[in-house]
Design a protein around this ligand. Sequence first.
Ligand SMILES: [Zn+2]
Length: 260
Amino acid sequence: MLTLKTGFYLFMVGGIFLSSGFSSEEKDFESSTRTAVIVVDLQADFTLGGPLPVPNSGKDYIEGVDSATRKFKGQGFRIFATQDWHPKGHISFYTSHKGKNVLDEVPIQDKESPVSDASQQQFERLQTLWPPHCVQGTEGADILLPTQGLEKLIEVVVQKGMHADYDSYSGFQDDGGNETPLNEMLKQIGVEKVVIYGIATDYCVKATVIDALKRNYKTSLITSLSRGVKPESTQEAIQDMKKAGAALYETVEDFLADAG
Ligand SMILES: [Zn+2]
């Protein structure tokens, strides 16, 4: 598995289609290499049988994501995945806060603000608490699509949430403003558009979509390949993503029919 951590990254620039004289098929392929798929947090702990399963995240869902991602890969899209990757005792675990429960929100007082002229209030942020999940090196943190071997589907894994004091719903940056290598890598390989799906629609998918839009990627969400924690917040998140400028598609076929 090609695993990426902040400050260390490795990638290949696909320059073979940059010469002139494309056939129309090659042009389509060249266009798809400018598009990256980002599969968000498709990890054992977030699916059926894990400590924090989203609804309808059984075998059918995982197989559906697998086959859709294969379809994208077959058409030349670059395939990325994010991986929640927490140290033991992470700030997002309810067990790290005495007397607190799952889904409680606790104010966190930062020692220093990422913004130099911030007022005192900006030092404070709310952390939603979750059952311990995706601890580094555990099976529950495994990505449920092949990341190595002959069946390898994921080209690059971007890990997030490694800082003990900051959560990271977004694949682009954590709550302390620390960037993952994702944006830099996408830029280096000339990606202009991203297609995002995975878990959870109302948390990490939403944060990754919003941050992709903030970084000026043309951004699409595939709704049938995404799962939310709760129906109400999922619907709200979908509307928020749409308002922020994301294009919504129900299926991979809908996306390909429109984007081709
Ligand atoms: Zn997490």
